[in-house]
Design a protein around this ligand. Structure first.
Ligand SMILES: [Zn+2]
Length: 107
């Protein structure tokens, strides 16, 4: 497996108050639910033409959390949020490189 492929392929995803992804390159990424929800890339949250964010962060509850999640092929994660929003597709590339998160080596 090429290095970049491992970087962008989750070994394990779990939810424990935050979203955790263990990548195949043995990096552990931790995502805050609220930050992840307000980074939603879907057409309701981001203007498709200008790429400008149209979601007003203040409309998202601080206790937002995922209700369900599913892999889309091997490139993305779809999340159903507690506000019933489920149109966001979180690509592994964006999760690794774009959305806010903490990163540490797997111990
Ligand atoms: Zn959205």
């Amino acid at each position: 497996m090429a290095r970049n492929r491992k970087r962008l392929t989750p070994k394990e995803i779990f939810f424990d108050g935050k979203m955790n992804i263990i990548w195949q390159d043995n990096t552990h990424s931790i995502y805050d639910y609220w930050e992840l929800r307000t980074s939603c890339p879907c057409a309701d949250c981001v203007d498709e033409i200008t790429g400008e964010k149209t979601l007003d962060d203040s409309t998202i509850d601080k206790d937002i959390h995922p209700v369900q999640s599913a892999y889309i092929g091997n490139y993305a994660l779809e999340i159903l949020w507690s506000d019933n929003h489920d149109t966001g597709i979180y690509t592994f590339e964006n999760l690794r490189d774009r959305y806010p998160h903490e990163e540490k080596p797997v111990s």
